[in-house]
Design a protein around this ligand. Structure first.
Ligand code: KE4
Length: 425
């Protein structure tokens, strides 16, 4: 059935580590081989063997409009004939910066980079540069890209593959990375009591998407804001997933919290490589060339990615986020009922257009509770759903993504597949 995928995977494994250009795609966490994609459109993707799936990964978040959206595609087509990279300023960099600043309440200035990792590593360098402090607080199970400082107890692919610690990262680097459980303000307050004058920043996924989907409990984000203000540290919202996903204005708009810095990625590139970091103008002006904190990038702000980002945000600004959230909330509730009726423990967390199925009988509010979920059940669920044409994240530590292109028939197809599978506790 997946003959060409298997042949391509065999070839790829001789040429590319693990046969993939990003670890989680290898599907090791669900005892499966990856499917090679030939093309994708809207809510669907089609493999090199001609099999079409309803896609609930959506490239891990960028494709909120769905794959190959005509407005985005035509913007890219038009841009490509104007040249793909100038290494000099272009008008679309200004236009996309204006769109981002207009949307996100806490962003007064923004710098484009090429990935979420570049965005978070740059935001941390800026926080350290302006505070003169070295330590950073991150939360166990949160993933902020693969920069050295963030690979302590990270989520996403690090959690999926149970990669121990941080091989290749100097002990001195992670010594400055302090860890706390997500949603645990007491633990954060204790870290400030111990290290307060040395802590440059807290970096947090305001909604966690890399331990599976975990929501902030009431007061958590405000508590982080208050602790940072009290101790002179900066609050960094890593909105690489949540930016333009949980609200057009991101989590900072949805929850009414003002971080000092915000990192972005995924959606703002419309599927092309774009990341960004931004925030208070007084902080961003400390970045070279107007400040002394250095950060640079050959392809930062390239015209193709800017055109894709502008087209994407333009379409999203007109989109009905509340309607999509209501549809996904109903889907998640029905999915929980269907799976629970099979006699297995299950909790489905959802917000906006994201959800995660945890095969556990307890609320999932942090990485420790996320890890109580039955991994074997998730693997069985993943495999059977894939056999029935539903393409899910090959890891229980990710979030399913629904796009504006998903039809009611697409959502029904997921529920029908869930009804048809067999799960044994
Ligand atoms: P990238 O460097 O992969 O563009 O972004 C890193 C990043 C930063 N912050 C958050 C909150 C993120 O979720 C990510 C990347 N997300 C993962 C999936 N959850 C990327 C998938 C992959 O590694 O292939």
């Amino acid at each position: 059935m997946d003959h060409r995928s298997k042949k391509l995977f065999e070839r790829a494994q001789q040429l590319i580590p693990g046969g993939v250009n990003s670890p989680v795609r290898a599907c090791l966490g669900v005892d499966s081989d990856p499917l090679f994609v030939a093309h994708a459109k809207g809510s669907h993707l089609t493999t090199v063997d001609g099999t079409t799936f309803v896609d609930y990964v959506q490239s891990w978040g960028p494709m909120l409009l769905g794959h190959a959206h005509p407005v985005v595609a035509s913007a890219i087509h038009a841009a490509v004939d104007r040249g793909t990279s100038y290494g000099a300023p272009c008008e679309d960099e200004v236009v996309l910066a204006e769109a981002v600043i207009d949307a996100l309440p806490a962003v007064e200035m923004v710098r484009m980079v090429n990935s979420g990792t570049e965005a978070t590593m740059s935001a941390l360098r800026l926080a350290r540069g302006v505070t003169g402090r070295n330590k950073v607080i991150k939360f166990v199970g949160c993933y902020h890209g693969h920069a050295d400082a963030f690979l302590a107890s990270a989520g996403s692919g690090v959690a999926t593959l149970s990669i121990p610690g941080t091989p290749g990262v100097p002990e001195a680097t992670v010594r400055d990375t302090l860890l706390a459980p997500y949603n645990d303000l007491t633990a954060v307050a204790e870290l400030f009591a111990l290290h307060g004058k040395d802590i440059a920043a807290i970096i947090v996924e305001p909604v966690a998407g890399n331990m599976g989907l975990v929501l902030p409990v009431d007061g958590f984000l405000q508590g982080l804001r208050d602790l940072c203000t009290e101790h002179g540290a900066l609050l960094i919202f890593d909105e690489v997933i949540t930016g333009f996903r949980v609200n057009y204005g991101g989590a900072q708009k949805r929850f009414g919290i003002t971080p000092d810095l915000t990192t972005l990625g995924k959606i703002i590139g419309g599927g092309l490589p774009v990341g960004a970091y931004g925030g208070r103008a007084d902080l961003m002006r400390r970045i070279a060339p107007c400040g002394e904190v250095y950060q640079a990038g050959t392809l930062s702000g390239n015209p193709l990615a800017m055109a894709a980002g502008i087209a994407t945000l333009t379409e999203l600004k007109k989109s009905d986020y509340d309607a999509l959230e209501a549809r996904v909330a109903a889907l998640a509730g029905e999915l929980q009922n269907i799976l629970a009726a099979k006699g297995v423990p299950v909790r489905v967390n959802t917000i906006a257009s994201m959800f995660t199925v945890f095969f556990t009988d307890q609320p999932v509010t942090d990485f420790a509770s996320a890890k109580t979920a039955n991994a074997a059940l998730y693997t069985s669920y993943y495999k059977q759903m894939r056999d029935k044409g539903i393409y899910l994240a090959p890891s229980p530590f990710e979030a399913a993504m629904v796009s504006f292109a998903h039809t009611d028939a697409d959502l029904a197809a997921l529920l029908d597949a869930a009804r048809a599978i067999t799960l044994t506790a």
